[in-house]
Design a binder for this molecule. Structure first.
Ligand SMILES: *Cc1c(COP(=O)(O)O)cnc(C)c1O
Length: 366
């Protein structure tokens, strides 16, 4: 069987280095808020080209904490609105409602699955305080346009970079450095994946960084002094050490993803299948390779019967989830169609080319 994502294989490649990192942490006797975290934060900030990278417990917390920090800084308040793509993974939307702000859902552009920047201005009201673009499936959203709108209306731009570690725009700027602040997830299946839960926030804003560092640690800058009603969302030493190892290999692994994606794009020639479109090769790190087709469930079953594992990202859009009953009558046709038509093919840095070719052959015979 060709697995959708073989996490065992992905981490076995780095076994020696990961074991070294593990031993170093074990033998240090220091497991929270130490040198491993400092090193990872420094290296990840340099990688993204930003002033501050702040380790947190997971990607959802990264987004929650950014919005929470803007509230503590009196930039956001309860009831304010944040514009977010309707077809994102639900975490982007949860981060807004967790802070008592209102997510305003905007339809995506079918060509790249990212928020349709042309639809944003019509959704801005006197309560709008931010835009939360998601670089979905690994491809950068239209940040030039989003940042222009944000400037015009004085909005904060919070990037959701959970799927886009290392994506670069035409100016050579990386995901995480394209807005006011960014949330990253290092969930094991992400392009930069820990061996457990982990996340980070990047920003060039000193005041925001200081506020975040307190908020993620019980609202405390100084031990036993609490400025805010904070959270415990620390990134531990072990995950930080493992991530420092994985970060070194991220760019070469992204290149493998790109070559697989291009092989799919060149090889799949079936009128029933709509392939993903890419404008700028560097701006897509291929976290997922997502095709569209009318009879998606049928195609998925065909691939399963032929030993190919695929996944649907995502089967139910956030506004149709029971958790968001209040949004269930929103008219979001593009989003609903996407959720009915998308299928993610296997892609990963450890997938062999003959596996890729087998998937291509089956799709062309379908
Ligand atoms: C994975 C993901 C998150 C959440 O990350 P966790 O580390 O699982 O909390 C947020 N947004 C998007 C788009 C994601 O894919």
């Amino acid at each position: 069987m060709i697995k959708f994502l073989d996490l065992y294989k992905i981490n076995q490649v780095h076994k020696e280095e990961l074991l070294d990192a593990f031993s170093r942490v074990l033998d240090s006797g220091w497991y929270i808020m130490g040198n491993e975290l400092k090193t990872f934060e420094k290296e990840f900030a340099a990688y993204c080209g930003v002033k501050h990278a702040i380790g947190v417990a997971n990607g959802l917390d990264a987004l929650i904490l950014i919005i929470r920090a803007y509230k503590e800084m009196s930039i956001f308040k309860d009831g304010d609105e944040i514009i977010v793509p309707a077809n994102t993974y639900i975490a982007s939307i949860l981060a807004i409602s967790a802070n008592n702000l209102l997510p305003v859902l905007v339809e995506p552009d079918l060509d790249n699955f990212n928020i349709d920047a042309n639809l944003i201005e019509a959704k801005i009201t006197s309560r709008t305080v931010g835009i939360l673009p998601v670089h979905l499936y690994g491809q950068l959203a239209n940040m030039d346009k989003i940042n222009k709108i944000a400037q015009k209306y004085k909005l904060k731009v919070i990037e959701d970079c959970a799927q886009s570690q290392g994506a670069v725009n035409y100016d050579g700027e990386k995901a995480g450095n394209l807005g006011d602040a960014a949330g990253f997830s290092f969930y094991p299946g992400k392009n930069l994946g820990a061996l457990g839960d982990a996340g980070a926030i990047t920003t060039n804003d000193d005041q925001l960084a200081v506020t975040l560092r307190a908020l993620l640690n019980y609202g405390s800058h100084v031990k036993y002094e609490n400025l805010f009603k904070g959270l415990n969302s620390r990134l531990d030493e072990l995950q930080a050490a493992l991530l420092t190892v994985k970060l070194k290999h991220l760019d070469s692994e992204t290149l493998v993803r790109k070559s697989i994606a291009n092989r799919y794009i060149d090889g799949i020639k079936n009128k029933k299948i709509v392939l993903p479109k890419v404008e700028n090769q560097d701006a897509h790190v291929w976290h997922l390779f997502v095709i569209r087709t009318d009879n998606r469930n049928h195609l998925q079953q065909y691939l399963t019967d032929n030993g190919i594992q695929t996944i649907i990202h995502y089967p139910i859009p956030p506004h149709k989830q029971l958790a968001y009953k209040e949004f269930k009558s929103l008219d979001l046709k593009i989003t609903e169609n996407i959720h009915n038509e998308v299928l993610s093919l296997p892609i990963s840095p450890v997938m062999d080319l003959d596996e890729v070719d087998k998937v291509i052959k089956l799709l062309n015979e379908y």
